[in-house]
Design a protein around this ligand. Structure first.
Ligand code: PMP
Length: 455
C-alpha cells in the first residue's frame, strides 16, 4: 500500500517548489506509484494500460525484471567512474550498440539525454564540415536546450530569446496537412493511409516538398553549403508525421550534394519501435552520417548517445571532450540489458505484429467516425489525428480532444497528445504490448468516440 504524500500535498509542492513550466496531463492528475511492463498503478491501486510509456521512453516494459536484475548487479559492483579509468561495461555496450547500426557508424559518444546528444551532433557536424548552418523540418522536436531551441521548430517549446544561431527550416513534408497534404499520386488517387504508397517517381507531394528543400539549400545557405540536416524517421512530438515515400532518401542525397551531413534523430523511432526495422531510418533506405538516440535506449533510465563514423569523430579531436555521467557503468549495464531483452523477447517483431493490427483496427475507427481524420504510423509508433470534419481537416477544438482523451483515461487507458494543434492522439506504448491489450484499447477508443458523438 502507498504510504507517500497525499495528492493535495503533491499538488502544493508542485506549484511551490517545482518548475512552473511543467505541464501535467489530465484534469485530475495521476499520482503514479508503480509500474510493471505495460501497466501503471496509481496510489489508490487503480491499474492503467500505459499507451504512452512516459513519452515513448519505456521500450521493453516498466521495471522489466531482466533489466532490473542487471541494474541491481551493477549497483552492487560499481556505479560510477568517469572515463578517466577503463571499465568493462561501456566497452561491452559500445560494441553491442554499434553492431546494430549499418555502414561505418562505429563511434559512440554517450550522453544523458536526447538534447545533449543532439547538441553534440550539431557541434560535430559544424566541426566536420566547417559549415555553420543547420537545417531541420518545420514541426520537428529535437530538444529544448538553448542551442536546440532554434532547431526545434514548434513554438510551444521556444522562449523569446536569441537561440539556435544558424538554424533554418524547410517545409515539413506532411502528406496529410500542408500545401501538398493529401499526397496526390500522379498515376492514381493515392489514399494516404499509414504512409504514402505512391509508386516510384509518382508522388507529387514528395516532389513539391523536395523542391522547397532544394530552394532553401540553394538560396538561403551561405554559398549553397550546409552543415547538417536533422530529421526524425517519423516525427514524434510533431504528431506522428510520416514523410512521402522516398522523401528522406532524396533529401539526404541533396544535403550531401550541398556538402552537409545527414543526422537521424532516432530518439523516438529507434530500438525496434517501427517494427519492420531496428532503426527507423532503415525503413527509408538511408544510412545517416550521425545517429542520435535516447528514451527507449535505457527503457526509461537516463541514457543517450550520438553514434557517428570515425571520420566525423576525428574532427572532434581538436579539443578535449568530457561528460561526467556519459557512459557510466550503471546506465551502460541498463542499455546493454535492454538490447538483450529486445533480442531475446522478439520485441521488434511484437511491435510489428501488434502495431500492424492496432493500425488496421484504428482505420476502422477512422472509417466509422467523422472526427477521426487520419490514422498513421508504423509498428508501435502510431498517431490518430482528430478533426471537426474530414473534408476541411479543421482541427478538433481542445476541449473536444480532451473529452475523448480523459474518457479513455477514465476507462483505464493512458494515451499521449501531440501535433501543432495538439489534436493528434499518440499511441507509443512499451513494446511488450500484447494483442489482448490492443483489442482492449480499441474497444475503449471506440467507446470514447461513441460517447463523444452522443453528447
Ligand atoms: N529528439 C526527439 C525526437 C525527442 O522526442 C526528444 C524528447 N521528446 C528529444 C530529442 C530530447 O530528448 P530529451 O528530453 O532526453 O533531452
Amino acid at each position: 500500500a502507498y504510504k507517500g504524500m497525499e495528492l493535495s500535498k503533491v499538488k502544493q509542492v508542485r506549484s511551490d517548489n517545482l518548475n512552473p513550466a511543467l505541464f501535467t496531463y489530465y484534469k485530475k492528475p495521476l499520482l503514479v506509484h508503480q509500474g510493471h511492463m505495460q501497466w501503471l498503478w496509481d496510489v489508490d491501486g487503480t491499474r492503467y494500460l500505459d499507451l504512452f510509456g512516459g513519452i515513448v521512453t519505456v521500450s521493453v516494459g516498466h521495471c522489466h525484471p531482466t533489466v532490473r536484475k542487471r541494474a541491481e548487479e551493477q549497483l552492487g559492483k560499481l556505479w560510477h567512474t568517469t572515463n578517466i579509468y577503463l571499465h568493462p561495461t561501456i566497452h561491452e555496450y559500445a560494441e553491442k550498440l554499434t553492431s546494430t547500426l549499418p555502414g561505418n557508424l562505429k563511434v559512440c559518444y554517450f550522453t544523458n539525454s536526447g538534447s545533449e546528444a543532439n547538441d553534440m551532433a550539431v557541434l560535430m557536424s559544424r566541426m566536420y564540415t566547417g559549415s555553420y548552418d543547420i537545417l531541420s523540418l518545420r514541426n520537428c522536436y529535437h530538444g529544448a536546450s538553448p542551442y536546440l531551441m532554434g532547431l526545434t521548430a514548434l513554438n510551444t517549446w521556444r522562449y523569446n530569446v536569441p537561440s539556435g544561431f544558424g538554424m533554418q527550416q524547410t517545409m515539413n513534408p506532411d502528406p496529410y496537412r500542408g500545401p501538398w497534404g493529401g499526397a496526390r499520386c500522379r498515376d492514381s488517387p493515392c489514399q494516404v493511409q499509414r504512409s504514402c504508397d505512391c509508386a516510384e517517381g509518382q508522388c507529387e507531394a514528395g516532389d513539391r516538398y523536395l523542391e522547397q528543400l532544394e530552394d532553401v539549400l540553394r538560396f538561403s545557405m551561405p554559398k549553397g553549403k550546409v552543415g547538417a540536416f536533422f530529421a526524425e524517421s517519423i516525427q514524434g512530438v510533431g504528431g506522428t508525421v510520416q514523410f512521402p515515400k522516398n522523401f528522406l532518401k532524396r533529401a539526404f542525397e541533396k544535403i550531401r550534394e550541398h556538402g552537409g551531413l545527414c543526422i537521424s534523430d532516432e530518439v523516438q523511432t529507434g530500438f525496434g519501435r517501427t517494427g519492420t526495422h531496428f532503426w527507423g531510418f532503415e525503413g527509408h533506405d538511408v544510412v545517416p552520417d550521425i545517429v542520435t538516440m535516447a528514451k527507449g535506449m535505457g527503457n526509461g533510465f537516463p541514457l543517450a548517445a550520438v553514434v557517428t563514423t570515425p571520420e566525423v569523430a576525428n574532427s572532434m579531436g581538436k579539443a578535449l571532450h568530457f561528460n561526467t555521467y556519459g557512459g557510466n557503468p550503471l546506465s551502460c549495464a541498463v542499455g546493454s540489458s535492454v538490447l538483450d531483452v529486445i533480442e531475446e523477447e522478439g520485441i521488434q517483431n511484437n511491435a510489428h505484429v501488434v502495431g500492424t493490427y492496432f493500425l488496421s483496427e484504428l482505420e476502422k475507427l477512422r472509417d466509422d467516425f467523422e472526427i477521426v481524420g487520419d490514422v498513421r504510423g508504423k509498428g508501435l509508433m502510431i498517431g490518430v489525428e482528430l478533426v471537426q470534419d474530414k473534408a476541411t481537416k479543421t482541427p478538433l477544438p481542445a476541449e473536444d480532444v480532451n473529452s475523448v482523451w480523459e474518457d479513455m483515461k477514465d476507462m483505464g487507458v493512458l494515451i499521449g497528445k501531440g501535433g501543432v494543434y495538439s489534436t493528434v492522439l499518440r499511441i507509443k506504448p512499451p513494446m511488450c504490448l500484447s494483442m489482448e491489450d490492443a483489442k482492449f484499447s480499441i474497444a475503449v477508443f471506440r467507446r470514447a468516440l461513441e460517447n463523444y458523438t452522443a453528447k
